[in-house]
Design a protein around this ligand. Structure first.
Ligand code: FES
Ligand code: FES
Length: 164
């Protein structure tokens, strides 16, 4: 099927098989491999990107369902050489280790702050519960999201939650 999808501001027109998952389309057809695949059960969130500004697990959607829509991947988040504030916050708060979950975690976090600009720690944990991380124990990820929302993340201000 012919589809037209705007990916990171660039129109993409391709002939895809109807069964192609959006994550495979983005990685293998468009060639943007920042969006990761971490499971085959729709549970890890590594494949999270934005469709018309909302976070979506791209392994749960067919490429043909994105026809006519706007997709933003982790590659499209920065403004040229300038990182998105969420990317900066992840870097400054040491919110990644292996980095495999990070693109999806960042995309989900940006979407979370769009919906709840000043979330509580509990709201961040709840908002990111669909994104799994094997490395960090989540604390620094939560800290990064709170920091990106402009809140004080000094050790005194954020309690250690002990997992998600
Ligand atoms: S690869 Fe999509 S949720 Fe795991
Ligand atoms: S940093 Fe390794 S899975 Fe999250």
């Amino acid at each position: 099927m012919e589809i037209s999808v705007e990916v990171n501001g660039v129109m993409q027109n391709h002939d895809v098989e109807p069964r192609t998952l959006l994550v495979h389309y983005v990685r293998e057809v468009v060639g943007l491999t920042g969006t990761n695949i971490g499971c085959d059960t729709s549970s890890c969130g590594a494949c999270t990107l934005h469709i018309d500004g909302e976070a979506v697990k791209s392994c749960t959607m067919l490429a043909v369902q994105a026809d006519g829509l706007k997709v933003t991947t982790i590659e499209g988040l920065a403004n040229g050489d300038e990182m998105h504030p969420m990317q900066t916050a992840f870097m400054e708060c040491h919110a990644l280790q292996c980095g495999y979950c990070t693109p999806g975690m960042v995309m989900a976090s940006v979407s979370l702050l769009d919906e709840v600009p000043k979330p509580t720690e509990a709201e961040v944990r709840e908002g990111l519960e669909g994104n799994l991380c094997r490395c960090t124990g989540y604390h620094n990820i939560v800290k990064a999201v709170l920091s990106a929302s402009g809140q004080d993340v000094s050790e005194q201000a954020v309690s250690v939650g002990g997992g998600q």
